[in-house]
Design a protein around this ligand. Structure first.
Ligand code: ACO
Length: 412
């Protein structure tokens, strides 16, 4: 094992160097014991919080691997459900494994009346992400017979149904039943858009676009919502509460909630006359809180490979559906102009996955306030995989330290 040597408090100390598959890290867990010093890293920008083998990002090269496979290969060769299996189990499934996986998910597709009754009581004005996290958190209370080994399948089955129920209630559509034994993605679309006596008409281009977009969302190493799920797993919270917390974190507009904010921003720019440079200048102005939503990423300091794929999915879908979307035109112009600007180049701010995903959802017919819910459906297998990884590795509870800057000890 390699060590880092350093001198502090009158003597030499050694800290071990950890080798990951690609990264190296200094193990600072004994630093305080040796030196009374802790590390300071607001936003955890340079802190490896855990070891994980689920996904890997090379932010400098713009690469994303799922269990070692490049996202570009996954997108072209795997379905959402196969990729979910890969993320959860470490290897792609054979025919028998896939069949079992799908059957298990389908076996939990009934929604009990008590869940419908609970949903009915939540005002429609509340954001769908808040409703989804609330119901997910208490799913166990509606169905306390769920065995813990079934809870992953249960969530994969129930979350799309809940999403569809939330959408249908909010937009005044009657509830419909989930169907069994059909494609996971078609099933989502069918649950959203079928109306009594008029089942949702299969559209290959839409199914393919949603399938690919949700695959892009499945996992993304230690993003905020996944880290939250891992922290909850570390204190042995149940999977439902952990995923519920992940949904709340994803809702934040600097995280998954950005997909809704991007479209709202693009619509505003269009309404304002399409003067893109005016909005770029606003984003650059330190005294203005406006940021180009869908731009920038903590890890990608080159391009986000998911954004490149999402852009081509959006362009392709709009072409195949033969619709014209002025929002897509604004987005493309904004991207071109921003990427010519030294501010964005110097700060290495490129479009992220959320920049084009809303355009795809919009073309499919999904309303803006449901965009982040769709993201959550995509991210669910990743959250579950991370929750299991912490549980199986018996990781210690996640409990950071702080630099206290409050009052010294004093008397009342
Ligand atoms: N528009 C304008 N300026 C930006 C933007 C942006 N979108 N993003 C970052 N910057 C600037 C910051 O003002 C800061 O400038 P400074 O160094 O002069 O103070 C610098 O770039 C670094 O930004 P940070 O916020 O420190 O970078 P961080 O890595 O912490 O944040 C984040 C990354 C949150 C994604 C940020 O780029 C952002 O707010 N983007 C817009 C929201 C967004 O699209 N979120 C989705 C991210 S992807 C996902 O979660 C699925």
């Amino acid at each position: 094992m390699y060590m880092i040597n350093f001198y502090a408090n009158g003597r030499y100390h050694q800290l071990p160097l950890i080798n990951g598959t690609f990264d190296k890290a200094i193990d600072i867990s004994k630093l305080r014991e040796y030196t009374k010093l802790i590390t300071f890293d607001p936003g955890l920008k340079n802190t490896g919080i855990t070891k994980s083998s689920i996904s890997f990002i090379d932010g400098e090269k713009g690469e994303l691997l799922y269990r070692g496979y490049p996202i570009e290969q996954i997108i072209n060769k795997c379905s959402f459900i196969e990729t979910s299996y890969l993320i959860l189990n470490g290897e792609l499934p054979n025919y028998k494994q896939l069949k079992y996986f799908i059957e298990k998910i389908n076996s939990f597709n009934l929604i009990k009346d008590n869940i419908c009754n609970y949903l009915d009581k939540i005002p429609n004005s509340y954001h769908p992400m808040g409703i989804l996290s609330s119901i997910t958190n208490i799913l166990l209370s509606f169905d306390n017979s769920i065995k813990s080994e079934d809870s992953y399948f249960y969530l994969l089955s129930k979350l799309p149904i809940l999403a569809a129920m939330i959408y249908r209630k909010k937009y005044g559509l009657p509830n419909i039943n989930n169907e069994k034994n059909i494609c996971y993605i078609y099933n989502i679309l069918s649950m959203f858009f079928s109306i009594p006596n008029k089942p949702y008409k299969k559209n290959y281009y839409i199914i393919n676009a949603l399938e690919k977009l949700l695959i892009l969302h499945i996992d993304h190493e230690q993003n905020c919502s996944t880290t939250i799920v891992r922290l909850l797993s570390s204190v042995r919270s149940n999977i439902f509460s952990s995923v519920s917390a992940g949904i709340n974190a994803l809702w934040g507009k600097l995280h998954g909630g950005a997909n809704q904010k991007v479209i709202e921003m693009l619509e505003l720019i269009l309404k304002d006359g399409g003067n893109i440079n005016k909005w770029i200048e606003k984003a650059k102005n330190r005294n203005d809180s406006f940021r180009l939503m869908g731009f920038g990423h903590r890890i990608y300091k080159n391009f986000d490979p998911r954004a490149i794929i999402a852009k081509s999915i959006a362009e392709n879908l709009i072409k195949k559906l033969n619709i014209s979307d002025p929002i897509l035109d604004i987005a493309k112009k904004l991207e071109i102009n921003a990427l010519k600007d030294s501010y964005f180049l110097e700060k290495k701010l490129y479009p992220n996955i959320d920049f084009y995903s809303g355009i795809i959802y919009q073309a499919i017919g999904i309303p803006k306030d449901m965009f982040t819910v769709m993201f959550a459906l995509g991210r669910l297998p990743g959250w579950i995989a991370h929750w299991i990884e912490i549980k199986d590795n018996l990781e210690p509870i996640g409990r950071p330290r702080q630099i206290y800057i409050g009052n010294k000890k004093r008397n009342i």
